[in-house]
Design a binder for this molecule. Structure first.
Ligand SMILES: Nc1ncnc2c1ncn2[C@@H]1O[C@H](COP(=O)(O)OP(=O)(O)O)[C@@H](O)[C@H]1O
Ligand SMILES: N[C@@H](CC(=O)OP(=O)(O)O)C(=O)O
Length: 454
């Protein structure tokens, strides 16, 4: 049994949904289909999820959201008309979205999750309706009925262990199951969403629950590329990746697959195949437990920006028991999570996402570090990008850091910090955000030189 998840790009228009239908019926093993909400039809388009977010926010503020609401209904209607579905499905979808928008706004985060989830929920209803019209035995299953229970953390749900056993029952469904991605239910019966792009997580959790033979993740690219295709034209396709490599790359900026979506599949030993809805015969990228290390040290180069670093120096920091804990305690008091913490004998940098740091919080943190830890120096450097070099091959290759640093030096890019991940499959370079693209380009060129065609 295979699980096939289709992303927003695969459901953006009725023509895309027709492709989804053809892909599903071409393989009898494709029994459980997870769908996202209709995504962008062209680069400047707005995803249904984003329209729903605007509606929800406006509704909370008591503002008029009729324009965005109409746009949402128009998008679903266009799809339904293109697929020749009866108008009943649009009535059902309108009622469902109106219901969510007029539900209690007492808890804003809970309200927003219920509104956002409408994108996937109604897409699943629509897709199931189309399959039925084509006389395919298919049914829409709501996550509550399917058994997808999650923690009560709006926008950041985690799967509750009991879900896996409950979801196992989906194996016994006779026909094709159409399951909405992106959200589950708390034990109190509320809708709670995963973080953005979380339909990938739904697919992986169900794959684990039903012990699928394969988790197929359909998107709009032929493969996971060695670098973000918006930075390098025609980058090298990756045929095979390990779970660890993919997790590091997704976490560091490869948004083609959600970084939290690897673990459920990995725990059940289920391979993940990233494939293209627009070119389904292409083999795509397979994510597995182990792979032969046939290429060089790196499998990919990822990057992300919006980071800042809290640099702290204090003579003999290395001898002060509990110093690191005290710094992290200060951050915890402000509910700030950190990403990396490269350190030396007398200094340490804590890298955090910049959006967690308002100027008021920044001043309070600096004051507390100075007052409580008596440091020599503390400074916050903003607007950093992190460049992540990833590859299982790094463990067996000497000189990877030197090659990367030399490539950056030759391009006159200053390295703000370096951190070798303790997993030994990743290495991080911090640079100024303004140097991000250039840094990725030169590192990519160093490790993935173009093969001359003669
Ligand atoms: N290294 C990469 N390899 C492939 N795609 C990437 C990579 N980095 C970023 N992307 C982007 O991820 C996109 C697919 O992810 P996403 O937009 O979430 O798709 P979906 O709508 O199918 O969920 C691609 O169109 C591509 O622009
Ligand atoms: N629709 C949700 C969840 C999702 O997974 O979407 P996509 O498959 O388009 O990344 C979002 O936009 O975040």
């Amino acid at each position: 049994m295979k699980i096939a998840k289709f992303g927003g790009s695969s459901l953006a228009t009725w023509e895309q949904i027709e492709k989804v239908f053809q892909i599903v019926v071409s393989d009898k093993e494709r029994k459980i289909i997870v769908v996202s909400a209709p995504g962008k039809r062209y680069p400047d388009d707005i995803k249904i999820t984003d329209l729903l977010i605007t509606c929800g926010r406006k509704s909370i503020n008591g503002e008029d959201y009729s324009i965005e609401y109409s746009q949402i209904i128009e998008r679903y209607s266009e799809i339904a008309n293109g697929l020749c579905l009866s108008s009943d499905i649009i009535d059902e979808i309108s009622l469902n979205i109106e219901g969510a928008l007029s539900s209690s706004k007492e808890n804003h985060a809970k309200y927003m999750d219920a509104v956002m989830a409408c994108g996937e929920d109604n897409c699943a209803r629509l897709v199931a309706n189309y399959f039925q019209m084509k006389e395919i035995d298919a049914e829409y299953i709501n996550p509550k009925d399917g058994g997808l229970f999650v923690t009560n953390e709006p926008g950041h749900a985690q799967v509750l262990p009991k879900s896996y056993l409950l979801l196992h029952e989906l194996r016994n469904k006779k026909g094709i199951v159409i399951f909405p991605g992106f959200f589950g239910y708390s034990e109190d019966g509320d809708i709670v969403t995963f973080s953005r792009s979380g339909s990938d997580i739904t697919g992986s959790v169900i794959a684990n629950g039903v012990k699928a033979s394969l988790y197929e993740n359909f998107t709009d690219v032929d493969a996971v590329y060695s670098v973000n295709p918006s930075i390098i034209q025609e980058p090298k396709e990756i045929k095979e990746l390990t779970y660890r490599e993919m997790r590091e790359l997704s976490y560091a900026g490869f948004n083609v697959f959600h970084d939290e979506a690897l673990i459920p599949a990995f725990q059940a030993g289920i391979p993940v195949n990233i494939k293209n809805t627009n070119n389904p015969t292409a083999p795509g990228t397979v994510i597995v437990k182990e792979r032969k290390l046939t290429n060089g040290p790196l499998v990919g180069v990822a990057s992300d920006n919006g980071f800042c670093s809290i640099y702290i120096s204090k003579y003999l920091m290395n001898r002060e028991v509990g110093f690191g804990r005290k710094i992290l305690q200060i951050l915890e008091d402000f509910h700030i999570s950190y990403e990396h913490q490269p350190s030396g004998i007398d200094d340490i940098s804590i890298v955090i996402r910049q959006n967690q740091l308002t100027s008021t919080i920044e001043n309070q943190i600096i004051n507390r570090i100075q007052d409580e830890l008596h440091v020599d120096h503390v400074v916050i450097e903003r607007d950093l990008a992190l460049i992540m070099l990833v590859g299982e091959g790094m463990r067996h290759n000497v000189g990877t850091t030197a090659r990367a640093s030399k490539a950056l030096a030759n391009a006159s890019i200053n390295i703000e910090m370096i951190n070798q991940g303790s997993s030994e499959v990743s290495m991080m370079f911090g640079v100024k955000a303004s140097d991000e693209k250039k840094a990725v380009q030169v590192i990519y060129e160093e490790f993935f030189p173009k093969v001359s065609s003669k």
